[in-house]
Ligand binder design. Sequence first.
Ligand SMILES: [Zn+2]
Length: 388
Amino acid sequence: MVELLFLLLPIAAISGWLSARKYYQKKLKPNNNKVGPAYFEGLNYLLNEQPDKAIDVFIRLLEVNSETVETHLALANLFRRRGETDRAIRIHQNLIARPTLKPLQRIEALTELGLDYMNAGVLDRAESIFLELQQQTPPPKQATKQLLRIYQQQHNWPQAIEMAKLLNRGSDQKVDRLIAQFYCELAESQIDAAPSLAQGHLKNAASYDPTCIRAMLLSADIAISKHQYGTAITELNNVANKNPAFIREALPKLHHCYQQLGKLADLKQWLRLFLNNHEHASVKLLLAEVIKQLEGAQAANEYLYAELNKQSSLPVLNKLLEFEQDPKQNLLPILSDITNTLLSRKPIYSCQNCGFTGKTMHWHCPSCSEWQTIQPTESNQTIKSGVH
Ligand SMILES: [Zn+2]
């Protein structure tokens, strides 16, 4: 019974095809009666996986039938998506070479050819195509976008900035942040040779993105190189205020500035104030260093012990072990507390396929949905084999 149904399938397909053909013949008769044997010859080659022959047939067809431009574009896109970029390039080049192509179709084909070259990594050809497209009024957004990609890859920051500004007609915050990063790249490359030029770039960066942490850190670097430690501290304070998560990047610079000014007591005060509002191990470590410099190792150790008794922390313990010359008995309960915390955090099972980790065994990974990819982790297996 089922087999009989199968036999009926092709008949249904053919009758559907015939009625569709009748419909299209009626509808398109006056101008499209050339979609004939050659077109089906091309399709046939395509279905028999002889794409090169198919392309030749379609290109030949194109000479007589401009209605198939869309089909050619679709076919070329298909090839590009399958990674067969050279075939896509051939089709697009042939389309562009046609003198009868309508202006909008030519722009579309040219854009696609540019994307082919991007895919193939031939950036100079892609660049010249997108530059040509940009001469259009209005310039297609895609051309500007692709040029932005190219100049980023080439580290051509002035051009990248130009393109981003062209894209940014509606003042998009995401593009603004990008422009700020490009100005930071420019500043970074000139910071040693031309610090005042670099400073100008950083001003531009800050005007596009007032929260740009990188610009603040680079400004601090320039100030430090000019021995303007007060200015540098102001910039680093900005980092702490605008985005405390980045404080670790600012700490060594802060330490250096306060040391040069001979004002470590002020830094100690500053760090304590920061810790009142934020929990950061790296700030505690610097505070311990400063206490050691100001009051000696004993005072620094007492501070670290007090912190560890409040909250177990691996970096703080590590610092204590570094400072403490003669570890006493009272370090042991702290150590066991920390190892227990670390062990309880360790996942016991992990997926070999996607890296998902958890404390219970799943045969069906909740993350990637593969079966039997989750295994007990290495350390657990070692304990097991030790038991045997
Ligand atoms: Zn998984």
